[in-house]
Design a protein around this ligand. Structure first.
Ligand code: PEP
Length: 252
């Protein structure tokens, strides 16, 4: 069983002082937690300050996005080297909000995943179906396409080099969650895919996170599922006590 991973995605929230306050509020509430890895993904502007605040703690730093080029005339973009400079370990790629509003299609996501892996960052590859796709019974097809295309051309040798997050788009920020059983079915499908693509051992060790309105009152049921190895948490991660309770899920 891989070590569970809980990732806080603060999206476009928090100024620098607010972000530092939030992480400083969180740290004492998760100090006693063992055997769960925690990462926080502040907005770019707060990465440096939050990185300083978590120095010497087991909490890892994550970025919410990244460009695939190493440097150059790409106004407004951030390179993998810039993220490594700030001690980022993880980078969220292909989040549905990036796919929906910023033109990140399967091809762009694959290039980003590939560059992150080559440059020593751990991509958190996000996949998930929209409400319409779910209603048409296309969940497995969509998720399969996004996983296969997201990893196209990438080499993954070990399970700790990649994280996949299954986030049904209809559940993100809506208060609706997939039932643990329904999420497990998709996670198990993803696990099978990565095993056939990357080998039995790597596929077994890769963390597959669930995301979409994860809250203190639904995390325990989700984490009881065999193939749910953690959560990518948006709204509930903006409150230190809520996120700390998610990190301290029952059953850990
Ligand atoms: C997310 O940002 O990835 C997310 C799942 O958001 P929320 O928890 O608010 O649904």
């Amino acid at each position: 069983m891989p070590v569970p991973l809980m990732v806080a995605n603060w999206k476009m929230h928090k100024t620098v002082p607010e972000a530092v306050d939030l992480v400083q509020d969180l740290l004492p509430q998760i100090r006693e937690v063992r055997d769960v890895e925690v990462a926080v993904a502040p907005p770019y502007t707060a990465l440096h300050a939050v990185g300083k605040a978590i120095e010497g703690t087991p909490v890892e730093l994550a970025s919410q996005n990244m460009f695939w080029e190493l440097e150059g005339a790409f106004t407004g973009e951030i390179s993998p080297g810039m993220l490594r400079d700030l001690n980022c370990r993880y980078v969220i790629l292909g989040h549905s909000e990036r796919r929906q509003y910023f033109g990140d299609g399967d091809g762009e996501v694959a290039r980003k995943v590939n560059t992150a892996l080559v440059e020593g960052l751990v991509p958190i590859l996000c996949v998930g179906e929209t409400l319409g796709e779910r209603d048409y019974g296309k969940t497995f097809e969509v998720v399969q396409r996004q996983v296969l295309s997201g990893l196209d051309g990438s080499v993954v040798d070990r399970g700790d080099e990649l994280v996949i997050a299954y986030e049904p788009v209809w559940a993100i920020g809506t208060g609706k969650t997939s039932s643990p059983g329904a999420a497990q079915e998709v996670h198990s499908h993803i696990r099978g895919l990565v095993k056939s693509l990357l080998g039995e051992e790597t596929g077994r060790d890769i963390r597959i996170l669930y995301g979409g309105s994860v809250k203190p009152d639904n995390i325990d049921g989700l984490m009881a599922m065999d193939d749910i190895d953690g959560a990518l948490v948006g709204g509930a991660s903006l409150d230190a006590a809520s996120f700390a309770r998610i990190v301290r899920f029952k059953g850990m």
